[in-house]
Design a binder for this molecule. Structure first.
Ligand code: ATP
Ligand code: MG
Length: 364
């Protein structure tokens, strides 16, 4: 069974310290660095999320000086004069594209905006990263975070989800994010490399598909993926619903109230076949004695799992392939950060004490 103790072999760590004597005031943070949103959970109950978005009036983050104005989160969407930077996304795509400085500024802002008031010397953070993250990605994250906390560790995001939702044996965790959908087989021990699968369809593909479908139907459509994202988050569904969804569609010289129910359904359903194929691949690739348990314990998390009817829709799709049972994890967007926080809390104190530096990287 997976425990914090045997999990220690599979995490990457950095720390400059020993455990403070004043153990009672320690704050443990779980941080999920998502490509569109950073999520933070703390052991004293904070749950915070912010767009992984940053802007600087000069656009050049290597030249930030004292007193420069930096913008964060949603406020940036209202500004057309600012160059936007999505550091987590950039870092995943191209490891050299983002230095730790930009990520550090964003993390610092999020910790403050979350209302975490502890001194850095009293904070331990477990940061969850994608299964595809390279050693270089992890090193940049650790470098960005190292001065913000007394100790930092990095753990696989899906493992954090499994840990936080107590899915220790025989389950398939599926994280439907923005840029990718990650799947992990949880068997009876720490997942190996072959237990992870990352599929390149997720929320942003739904947004683009919705724009494309509407553009086919309405000449001169001016809708953007950002606008479509808002419609999807408000009304997105798969399968059948009894309602109709009407939105103000921006056209060349006007905006018109139009029903977009069918386009919404098709766009949301467009990512499901790849996810179902991923499930089948992961189940059939497991040892025969695990297959039943895996197919009957499929757990969805990530913002994409909030698409209405997605649980029953995937279950229906699986009927043609031997069936399966699908469950939704509570607070799905926070599942990674919550699990990371639980792991941080449960790490034995002496383990935090033994942390050394970021050259001591190991890959999960
Ligand atoms: N109610 C909703 N209905 C449908 N989709 C939603 C809903 N709420 C959020 N989403 C979508 O979930 C995605 C964000 O989820 P999440 O925060 O898990 O992603 P992320 O962690 O930033 O991305 P990634 O894991 O790919 O790095 C976005 O595409 C968002 O539009
Ligand atoms: Mg995510």
């Amino acid at each position: 069974m997976v425990t914090p103790e045997n999990f220690q072999d599979g995490i990457d760590i950095v720390d400059d310290s020993v455990v403070p004597e004043d153990n009672e005031n320690i704050i443990y943070l779980g941080i999920d660095l998502g490509t569109s949103k950073i999520k933070i959970c703390t052991n004293d109950g904070i749950m915070f999320s912010e767009h992984s978005l940053i802007a600087h009036s000069d656009g050049d983050f290597s030249q930030i000086g004292d007193g420069d104005e930096i913008f964060f989160g949603k406020s940036i969407f209202e500004r057309t004069d600012l160059e936007r930077k999505w550091p987590v996304r950039d870092l995943i795509k191209d490891e050299d594209a983002v230095g730790p400085g930009c990520l550090k500024i964003l993390l610092e802002h999020c910790i403050q905006a979350a209302g975490v008031s502890a001194d850095p010397g009293q904070m331990y953070a477990m940061i969850s990263v994608p299964s595809v993250a390279s050693a270089s990605y992890k090193r940049t994250v650790l470098e960005a975070a190292r001065h913000l906390f007394r100790g930092v560790m990095i753990a696989n995001g899906l493992f954090c989800v499994a840990y936080g939702s107590q899915k220790f044996e025989g389950s398939l965790i599926i994280d439907m994010g923005t840029s990718k959908t990650d799947i992990c087989r949880i068997k009876s021990n720490i997942p190996e490399e072959e237990d992870y699968l990352s599929i390149s369809v997720a929320g942003e593909d739904v947004d683009k598909e919705l724009v494309d479908l509407l553009a086919e139907k309405y000449d001169g459509l001016k809708a953007t993926p950002e606008l479509a994202n808002g419609w999807k988050e408000s009304y997105g569904f798969v399968g059948d619903v009894d309602e109709e969804y009407k939105v103000a569609l921006p056209l060349s010289d006007s905006s018109q109230e139009m029903i977009i129910t069918e386009e919404l359904r098709l766009a949301c359903e467009s990512i499901i076949p790849d996810i179902v194929s991923g499930i089948i691949k992961m189940v059939s690739g497991a040892e025969p004695h695990f297959r039943e348990a895996l197919r009957n314990n499929i757990c969805l998390c990530g913002g994409g799992s909030k698409i209405r009817n997605v649980r029953s829709f995937i279950e229906n799709e699986l009927k043609g392939f031997g069936g399966g049972r699908v469950f939704l994890i509570d607070d799905p967007e926070f599942a990674g950060a919550y699990g990371a926080c639980r792991l941080a809390e449960k790490m034995p104190g002496e383990f935090w004490e033994r942390l050394n530096n970021c050259d001591n990287l190991k890959t999960i």
